[in-house]
Design a protein around this ligand. Structure first.
Ligand code: HEM
Ligand SMILES: *[C@@H]1O[C@H](CO)[C@@H](O)[C@H](O)[C@H]1NC(C)=O
Length: 330
């Protein structure tokens, strides 16, 4: 009983600290749509589920959309905007071009939630955050579910240059990856655990060609097999697809980290998280932890996703609630 009270007190203190010391956390809330659009979350989940039944990969694509949204001017739905006469959007930036996908599912969700609530109250930015969570929980099971904070509003501007500057490329080394995450207020642990998003989805040959021909920190048989569908010559098979996590490409689990231990990370940036030297740095240690403890991975992934989802959201009267996720309202 005594320890129970102590625990309750500790939780109270922590919640109080979180509420008053970190104002950006207080602005988004889990029950934002409970009154204004109670059907929003069930509808999003059901459409994501149907979309995954139609095509398994779409869950991965929706998770990545939220990441690419948040890393460019915050989680504000900017990634969804098409080019306009006054700005070039993010869709044609190098990391996104012919690569990000899932826009049709977002459109389908937007139409359905606006219809169910008789007016546009659910932001495109929130749809991305919820669809990412639902994808993870559907493909990984209940242990990967986390509570999404809501109340983001949508940007009225997007920038191709900002997307090129802010999304980390697959050839980055560890210090560059860490610097990229730190520039967004994320830390080493966030980098390692969020890279676990690569437990699902596919990558094109051009994104890992240099790795399978030139990297030394790679399993030789793994590299040889990949070269069958990704030839050395630039232009040959550039768009051929390979799973980021070969052992279970549409299961959200911790096998991505097991592969890293065996030098079987697909992207150069993946393997940068685990070097396996004697020095055993913090990143190596986390990769090891997540490789044998799926519960630690699930718990930390949710925490870091919420942190990423809090990147510079527009709230209150900032931005707008878009009618169509691809266009600003006027
Ligand atoms: C750490 C830096 C990261 C780099 C350098 C990186 C790079 C990449 C690259 C090159 C691809 C393949 C794209 C293609 O070939 O079209 C990819 C796919 C993917 N990324 Fe990342 N990524 C990073 C972090 C993340 C994070 C934080 C998440 C989510 C939490 C994520 C989720 C995904 C998913 C799910 C896919 C597969 C998408 C699909 O199949 O449609 N990535 N990433
Ligand atoms: C590998 O390294 C060589 C020498 O630096 C370079 O010419 C080549 O383009 C790299 N990539 C591949 C796929 O061979």
């Amino acid at each position: 009983m005594g320890s129970h009270l102590q625990l309750s007190f500790l939780v109270l203190v922590m919640v109080t600290l979180a509420t008053f010391m970190i104002p950006t956390f207080a602005q988004l809330t889990p029950n934002y749509y409970d009154k204004v659009c109670p059907k929003a979350l069930p509808i999003i989940k059901s459409i994501v589920k149907q979309a995954i039944i139609r095509e398994k990969r779409i869950g991965a694509s929706l998770l990545r959309l939220h990441f690419h949204d948040c890393f460019v001017n915050g989680c504000d739905g900017s990634v969804l905007l098409d080019d306009t006469p006054s700005f070039l959007g993010e869709k044609t930036a190098l990391p996104n071009l012919n690569s990000i996908r899932g826009f049709e599912v977002v459109d389908e969700i937007k139409v359905a939630v606006d219809k169910a609530c008789n007016r546009p109250v659910v932001s495109c930015a929130d749809i991305l955050a919820v669809a990412a969570r639902d994808s993870v929980a559907i493909l990984g099971g209940a242990q990967y579910w986390y509570q999404v904070l809501l109340g983001r509003r949508d940007a009225i501007y997007a920038s191709k240059d900002a997307a090129n500057a802010n999304l980390p490329p697959p050839f980055f080394n560890f210090p560059q990856l860490l610097a990229s995450f730190q520039s967004h207020g994320l830390d080493l642990k966030d980098l390692v655990v969020l890279s676990g998003g690569h437990t699902i989805g596919l990558a094109k040959c051009i994104t890992f060609r240099d790795r399978i021909f030139n990297d030394t920190h790679i399993d030789p048989n793994f590299a040889a097999t990949l070269r069958d569908s990704c030839p050395r010559r630039s232009g040959d098979g550039d768009t051929n697809l390979t799973p980021l996590d070969a052992s279970s490409p549409s299961q959200f689990d911790n096998t991505y980290y097991k592969a890293l231990l065996h030098k079987k990370g697909l992207l150069h940036s993946d393997q940068e998280l685990f070097k396996g030297g004697d020095d055993g740095g913090e990143s190596d240690r986390l990769v090891q932890l997540y490789s044998y403890d799926p519960y630690a991975f699930a718990r930390d992934f949710g925490v870091s996703m919420i942190k990423m989802g809090n990147l510079k959201p527009l709230t209150g009267y900032e931005g707008e609630i878009r009618y169509n996720c691809r266009k600003v309202n006027y």
